[in-house]
Design a protein around this ligand. Structure first.
Ligand code: ADP
Ligand code: MG
Length: 379
């Protein structure tokens, strides 16, 4: 991949580029907790976006996406652009946020190529943002700490792309470590590395459905969480524990209470899952995953029949420790934790079982935890 991208770049731009890699991610547990100042547990995965870049003499950014076969071009001197609502938003948004933070960039020629499936819930968007940031900064000889890069990329997605996301995806893409999951505190942005046992694989199963509700439901859930925190007079639901539920459930409107209960118990589950990983207790970790799914299904109401079917297919299969929906919900992916030896059997079971239950073809990704964004050397 690295060598062929360098060659492809040379064909397009007749120069030698520098090469940067930024991975996609999965989230093992901690769903809908990020915007409640809570805990999430992502891992960067081997699917990554590569950016080949060489500086220009002017302030133009010219980029080609090999995935889409599309060119984009804009000027860094355009300081108040309107988002064109294409993939340019991600690249231009990142450039804009870097410059607004006070760093002056040079123009660049960019080639983007990714093996993160686009729009499948493995965060190709954050991978594109972080790869772009590394390339723009590298070409301008600017050195920024990874936390700064993650924040600027998140800011680009929120303010320029218009997606009100937390920082998890960009953080994981910047801070991933080989063989490790990250326990991230979304309030303090402190994180802890948690080794994933060698014998374990992460299986992502894409249901290939995306139900309409996703956007509006997300905003409704956020509003319910804010309301619950306001009534309980805490800055965020992160500040409540399962032990507080007895006191607050009767005072919250019924639906708001169920939403809050998901967030509060999910935070506790993320902590329990971290403890289970530290102790090497994979069955306890898996139990927290199943409980997470049930809470997302029943209290947060963001699952759908296809996700439920996929989790039930994994449950009880040999070598599977746990399974749950991951991402915003109403479609998208499940993640399952499974022993190495059972990966192929599980893959077959999910594909066949899902096909016979829904008539649809699932897409399965076998993921492992890898290091975060880096500069690569062409061989
Ligand atoms: P996800 O992050 O789950 O993959 P998103 O909808 O957040 O899904 O981001 C997908 C979008 O990101 C794509 O529609 C495209 O605009 C942009 N994108 C991601 N990777 C690339 C790429 N390699 N080339 C061009 N655009 C990309
Ligand atoms: Mg995304």
């Amino acid at each position: 991949m690295i060598t062929s991208i360098a060659q492809e770049f040379f064909k397009l731009f007749s120069r030698q580029p520098r090469l940067f890699r930024a991975p996609g991610r999965v989230n093992l547990i901690g769903e809908h907790t990020d915007y409640n100042d809570g805990f999430v547990m992502p891992a960067a995965i081997q699917f990554a976006t590569f950016a080949a870049a060489a500086p220009r003499e002017d302030r133009t950014v010219r980029a080609f996406s090999a995935n889409l076969g599309e060119w984009i071009e804009f000027s860094l001197d355009d300081t108040n652009p309107t988002p064109p609502r294409t993939w340019q938003d991600y690249v231009q948004g990142v450039a804009l946020m870097i410059e607004r933070a006070g760093h002056r960039l040079r123009g660049v020629d960019l080639l983007i190529r990714s093996n993160v499936p686009l729009g499948a819930g493995l965060s190709s968007s954050a991978a594109l943002e972080v790869a772009t940031a590394k390339a723009l900064l590298g070409a301008s000889r600017i050195d920024l700490p990874p936390l700064e890069i993650a924040k600027l990329c998140q800011q680009a997605e929120v303010e320029f792309v218009g997606m009100r996301c937390g920082i998890m995806d960009q953080f994981a893409s910047c801070f991933g470590e080989d063989g490790q999951a990250l326990l991230l505190d979304c309030r303090t942005l402190d994180h802890e590395q948690l080794p994933l046992p060698e014998a374990v694989s992460l299986i992502v199963a894409n249901t290939m459905v995306k139900h309409e509700l996703a956007g509006s439901a997300y905003n409704e859930r956020r509003a319910d969480c804010e309301k619950a925190a306001r009534i309980a007079d805490v800055p965020a639901l992160r500040d409540l524990e399962p032990g507080d539920l007895g006191r607050w459930m009767p005072r919250w409107p019924q639906r708001v209470g169920r939403r809050a209960r998901h967030v509060i118990t999910e935070n506790a589950r993320a902590m329990q899952a971290a403890e289970a990983l530290r102790a090497g207790h994979l069955h306890d970790f898996g139990a927290a995953m199943y409980a997470s799914h049930e809470s997302l299904r029943d209290d947060y109401e963001v699952s759908c029949p296809e996700l439920d079917i996929m989790v039930e297919l994994a449950r009880g299969a040999p070598g599977v420790y746990g399974s749950r929906m991951t991402g915003g919900g109403f479609g998208g992916c499940t993640i399952s934790l499974v022993h190495h030896d059972s990966v192929e059997a599980l893959r077959a079971r999910l594909i066949e079982g899902y096909k016979s239950a829904t008539g649809r073809d699932a897409v399965i990704f076998i993921c492992r935890a890898v290091a975060g964004a880096s500069e690569e050397r062409a061989a």
